[in-house]
Design a protein around this ligand. Structure first.
Ligand SMILES: [Zn+2]
Length: 88
């Protein structure tokens, strides 16, 4: 089954790269709970999200591949070096 994530409008439009990865409790069986935001987004502030299959997210940023199995509650920020730093 293809699980869905939510991405901000900038990422959906291809304008910005993914910088924040946050995992909430999934709202349903088809949802992953993941939200991916660009650098312009502030953590905790809800905006419009566009549903993307996780597979599309990983194609957009393969560096997330090893992280998407992370636990609910995870918050990660991509560093300038390209590594993901786990904040929670
Ligand atoms: Zn954005």
């Amino acid at each position: 089954m293809k699980k869905l994530a939510g991405v901000c409008l900038h990422i959906d439009r291809g304008e910005k790269a993914i910088v924040w990865a946050l995992r909430d409790a999934p709202g349903g069986e088809t949802e992953s709970g993941w939200v991916f935001l660009c650098a312009a987004a502030e953590v905790g502030i809800m905006g419009n999200r566009v549903p993307w299959p996780i597979t599309r997210v990983l194609k957009d940023d393969p560096s997330l591949t090893s992280l998407v199995d992370g636990p609910v509650g995870a918050i990660l920020q991509k560093q300038d070096s390209g590594w993901w730093r786990r904040l929670r």
